[in-house]
Design a protein around this ligand. Structure first.
Ligand code: SF4
Length: 403
């Protein structure tokens, strides 16, 4: 059984520093703009993302970022999504973020209806910060709650409490945000051994808060992190395949019953308009420009990424160079495979005719036997010209693309 071979890991298929439109068939929208803020007050025990805790470098980083903005400003855009992620963007504080958003608007054409998202840590969320973000045009807030249990938050090394997580969502609502996303992590093997019950409780608390969007990621253990050491040292058990499947299906069932559409492996939205437009661009090959250390940029064929090092990023920009670490040019076969793989992560799936035109592969003809087999197994179905994963298919989406 292929079940759970590819259950969602934290932030799946999301180039760091890189986003939802969801056609699964190719570029359908304007490009997106991503900004990576590579600083955190302290590292979470499980963190494998690029961020550093030497906050003294923030002023130099902001100077370099403004240089990078100037390099790419000419001819870029217009953008209909802007996503500020990290790291922890909210540690920059109200005034700096307001200035930065003003600089971005001054440098790049950003459409009047753009989705403008910022990631926040509940420990940073204040009325002042939220009001500044609203003034600066931020219309979508994601709040990294991760859990509503202090025991679990401590286990994860998060720097906020459960109460602060709830308070952050309430404050955001009071300040006028009407598009709030909550990030949660499941499959956390705390010493109490009640991981599944803890997760169901967290989901219920999240539902009560009525966020417009929920991202539910399975905990992945990155090597050489304090959490990896602790889990090995204390002999804690991570969920196996069957348990992972149980998390996936119960989460999907519970949130669907609560009125959320399960539109991507790890993502749920109360209405279609609350699906993440920006992340959709990552999933349907729409181009995006990424700025900041470790940020990725994609033009439809060429993908490049910046240095995963603040020091290297600063020195390149001080020398007037683009801070690009590496790039890759996707072959036609790679684009086709990526589009198939990413499309099947989304509930909308792949529009077969558009896919044929764009990637030159008629899936019904060339992969007909395989698709029939998957349909018989209840993993995919064809509806109105779209090849769509069922819930069971979404649970194994990553492996479907390998068949
Ligand atoms: S807040 Fe995010 S980026 Fe920062 S240390 Fe924690 S998991 Fe890593």
């Amino acid at each position: 059984m292929r079940m759970a071979a590819a259950l969602p890991a934290r932030r799946p298929a999301r180039p760091q520093g890189a986003p939802e439109g969801i056609s699964g068939t190719g570029p359908t929208a304007l490009p997106g703009l991503y900004l990576h803020i590579p600083f955190c007050l302290r590292k979470c025990a499980y963190c494998g993302f690029y961020s550093q805790t030497d906050l003294a470098q923030i002023p130099a980083f902001l100077t370099a970022l403004r240089r990078e903005i100037a390099i790419y400003a000419e001819g870029a855009g217009p953008f209909d999504s802007l996503y500020i992620g990290g790291g922890t963007p909210s540690i920059l504080g109200a005034a700096e973020l307001e200035r930065l958003l003003g600089d971005l608007r001054g440098a790049f054409p950003i459409t009047s209806d753009a989705e403008i998202t910022i990631e926040t840590n509940p420990g940073d969320v204040t009325r002042e910060l939220l009001a500044a973000l609203r003034r600066a045009g931020v219309n979508r807030l994601t709040i990294g709650c991760q859990s509503f249990s202090d025991e679990i938050l401590q286990f994860l090394g998060r720097r906020h409490t459960a109460e602060q997580a709830v308070e952050a969502v309430s404050l955001a609502r009071e300040t006028g945000f009407d598009n709030i996303g909550i990030d949660l992590i499941y499959g956390i093997p705390t010493p109490s051994g009640s991981a599944f019950a803890d997760w169901l409780a967290a989901l219920q608390k999240a539902i009560v808060l009525r966020p417009e969007h929920l991202s539910c990621y399975q905990l992945t253990i990155e090597p050489q992190t304090p959490l990896a050491d602790r889990i090995a040292g204390e002999g804690l058990c991570l969920p196996g395949e069957e348990a992972q499947a149980r998390y996936f299906f119960r989460t999907s069932e519970i949130l669907t019953e609560a009125g959320y559409g399960h539109y991507e492996i790890s993502n749920f939205a109360r209405e279609d308009r609350f699906r993440s437009r920006h992340n959709g661009k990552y999933w349907d090959h729409t181009p995006y420009l990424g700025l900041g250390p470790a940020a990725h940029t994609f033009d439809g064929r060429l993908r490049r990424w910046n240095h995963r090092s603040v020091a290297h990023y600063l020195s390149d920009l001080a020398a007037g160079k683009r801070p690009v670490a590496e790039s890759e040019l996707l072959t036609d076969a790679e684009r086709c495979l990526e589009a198939f793989f990413l499309g099947l992560r989304t509930s909308r799936g792949i529009h077969l005719e558009t896919f044929r035109k764009r990637y030159g592969l008629d899936l019904r003809k060339e992969k007909g036997t395989m698709l029939t087999k998957l349909a018989q197994e209840g993993l995919v179905e064809v509806q109105n010209g779209f090849l769509q994963p069922t819930r069971a298919g979404m649970a194994v989406a990553d492996s479907l693309a390998l068949i």
